[in-house]
Write a protein that binds this ligand. Sequence first.
Ligand code: 1PW
Length: 215
Amino acid sequence: EGEEDQKKFCLQEVLDAYKMCLSEDKEVSLQHYVTGWRGLVKLLNSLGSVFSFISKDAVNKIQILVALMAGDSGSHYSTVQLMVEYELQNHLVDLTKRGNHPESGCRTLLRLHRALRWLQLFLESLRTSTEDSKTSTMCSEAYNVSLSQYHPWVVRKAAGMAFCMLPGRQEFFAALNVGSTEQAVAVLGEALPLISEVYQVTEELYAQRNLLDLP
Ligand code: 1PW
């Protein structure tokens, strides 16, 4: 692990990544998308070792994208739009069933994209929560209406157990590392519209290209 990964999670960092993620013409920078996810993984890891099974898959997906960006065809992986064009044109995506391209950029990003929706819903619910709200309830409700539909029973079960171990609301806000609860709520209020816009742009692109069900 590099020095960067050791640093404590800070919500501000994630906010900055998503701020830079969209260009004026709504191109999604893969580099900043990955940086945003690295931050979110740090958050997960700071919540305790029960979350390592959750973050492990995200880390694996991040590594696949980083390798593509650093590879010989890296120039085609600067934005999500370019990646989609390049991989589709060159038949580098398994479209209907798993085949020769189990680790295409398109299907890998789709997994992170679906997880981002969960995270967005959970953080939104946290932002608008009151003192007596339970993080585990908010987290599983967000999960149940989003990411869970793509997971087999055993993963849903494990996720449900991990959610029960989430720190309480107060402690969770402290883990965001941006000051008081009020300040954390304010930074969330700034970050969530940005995350939401990146999500929407990606969702529309994938819908247009019929990529939302990639195996
Ligand atoms: C409290 C903050 C919550 C942040 C959640 C972000 C991480 C979400 C990752 C959930 C992973 C659960 C275990 C892995 C399941 C994979 O099978 C699945 N991956 C995801 C990201 O849903 C599907 O990937 P696959 O098996 O088709 O390669």
